[in-house]
Write a protein that binds this ligand. Structure first.
Ligand code: ADP
Length: 484
């Protein structure tokens, strides 16, 4: 039997008003997707608890907004420290619940701590403007917290996605109701408990669990001022619709089909490493995954050969053994990936590596999938247009800058784009014209969490991370003073 290096016994199903609660709804088994055993149980919130969580956040709004900024900063800094102090336990839980490699889970936890630390530093720098209007009038603006903010989270990066929304919201003086994904609620509940220890006031940081119905009721609640959502484009649309009743603001981080362009003048070994990591880490269950490799025709085969070699060297196993790849999170996700691959094979597309379930002797039931590469895929194929959310890379070739740009922009998505080239002018021309929220030159997803992140087109609306991540949680108020 597996020995898990944590003890979940004292964990509540919800944290509302500074108190742990048993959920009033359905009970869910949480499954370790590598071992395929259920290792914990969490209950959904009832409808009354959803309402209660928003109302308690509404009540906590004034006192938290009125807490002097430097004091809010201290609380967030203390939370960052406490999360970092619990890194072993949090990382182990995240690793088992999501199925991700332990070292990556550990990095996620430390990134989460980093968000609380970064936004702690912003608390006392949220200044408005002064606008002189002539000798008799002066306008000033205040950046006020928006009120209650809802955070609907995905299952691929639970603890860091929580932090990148909750930290700026709390820094702004807003209050929070977070709803983790139904598959991965544990780290969110753990962080909410830690928040109580460092003096986040009761009701300022609430957590309720459940699936889509709970998320939708939360997003539609009349007292929620802003909804931050990370997930699929389809669900994002529903969240936007739900939030339209109370005219709440939305930040939507949605799907992607992100292109990575490689030119012959690039360092092909370095590019192949970045490309393999960019599509296969977290088993491809990453919204920003570089899932389309666009190669100049002259070097296509050379790049593919290197990427395939990287793919074949990747180890798979239970997250706790810290392999390169863990399993896919659920049977539904596994079936989705299998479906895309079998349709591509049926369409006669060329699969040069992977394309099937992987067997890991220590985890015979685990939902592992081999890193997979399809080459020279027609633009109109589903697998070239639709997000797979698994370890599946497709390649295409181009000859000219115009071709590369047309291919890069040829999907409904616009999250991330990458380009590998030694020609800075070419990189910059591409960066300026590609439809994406962020562009990575000679690297992929490098740069860290102080850089704004978000999408255009069907990849979303609004920005998280960095100083930009505060905007969603602040309402600007103008005061015009006629003073004679
Ligand atoms: P997946 O389909 O992979 O579970 P989703 O994008 O549907 O991904 O889920 C992301 C988050 O959105 C999860 O927390 C999920 O519970 C929540 N969710 C699902 N459906 C809805 C909905 N209609 N309204 C609000 N939240 C939802």
């Amino acid at each position: 039997g597996l020995q898990y290096p944590f003890d979940l016994d004292p964990l509540p199903d919800a944290v509302i008003g500074g108190v742990g609660h048993a959920g009033g709804g359905l009970s869910r088994q949480l499954v370790d997707p590598a071992a395929r055993i259920s290792f914990a149980e969490v209950r959904d919130a009832s409808l009354a608890q959803i309402d209660q969580s928003v109302l308690t956040a509404q009540t906590a709004r004034r006192p938290w907004a009125d807490t002097p900024p430097a004091q809010r900063a201290q609380v967030l800094m203390a939370l960052a420290d406490l999360i970092a102090a619990h890194v072993d336990e949090l990382a182990a839980v995240e690793c088992v619940n999501v199925g991700k490699p332990l070292s990556q889970a550990r990095r996620d936890v430390l990134r989460a701590a980093g968000y609380y630390r970064f936004y702690a530093g912003a608390c006392d720098k949220l200044n408005g403007d002064t606008i002189p209007l002539g000798p008799d009038q002066t306008a000033v603006t205040l950046l006020e917290p928006v009120g209650v903010t809802a955070h609907i989270l995905p299952w691929n990066y639970p603890i860091s996605t929580l932090a990148r929304g909750v930290a700026p919201a709390l820094a702004a003086g807003a209050t929070v109701v977070a709803k983790p994904a139904e598959l991965t609620p544990l780290s969110t509940l753990m962080v909410a408990k830690l928040a109580l220890e460092v003096g986040v006031p009761d009701g300022a940081f609430n957590v309720i669990c459940g699936a889509g119905e709970v998320g939708e009721a939360l997003a539609a609640h009349p007292n929620v001022a802003h909804v931050t959502f990370t997930g699929s484009t389809e669900t994002g649309r529903r969240v936007m619709q739900a939030a339209s009743g109370p005219v709440a603001g939305v930040t939507l981080e949605l799907g992607g089909k992100s292109p990575v362009v490689v030119w012959p003048d690039a360092d092909l070994d370095a590019a192949a490493k970045g490309i393999a990591r960019g599509i296969f880490f977290n088993a491809g269950q990453v919204c920003a995954a570089g899932s389309r490799l666009l190669c100049h025709a002259d070097i296509h085969d050379a790049v593919v050969e290197r990427v395939v070699q990287q793919a074949r060297e990747m180890t798979m196993g239970h997250g706790l053994t810290d392999p390169d790849l863990g399993p896919l999170i659920s049977e539904a996700q596994f079936a989705r990936v299998e479906g895309f691959v079998s349709r591509a094979l049926a369409d006669g597309l060329t699969c040069v590596t992977g394309g099937q379930r992987a067997h890991v002797p220590d985890c015979p039931l685990g939902l592992f999938y081999e890193p997979t590469v399809f080459t020279r895929v027609p633009e109109t194929s589903d697998i070239a247009q639709i997000e797979v959310f698994g370890p599946v890379l497709i390649t295409q070739t181009f000859e000219t800058e115009e071709d590369a740009l047309r291919l890069a922009n040829g999907t409904p998505f616009g999250l991330v784009a990458g380009i590998y080239t030694a020609d800075t002018g070419r990189a910059m021309r591409f960066a300026r014209r590609v439809e994406a929220g962020q562009v990575f030159v000679n690297g992929f997803l490098q740069g860290g969490d102080t850089v704004p992140f978000g999408g255009v087109k069907h990849s979303g609306i609004g920005r998280e991370k960095g100083v930009s991540g505060l905007r969603a949680y602040l309402a600007e108020k103008s005061i015009v003073l006629s003073h004679g």
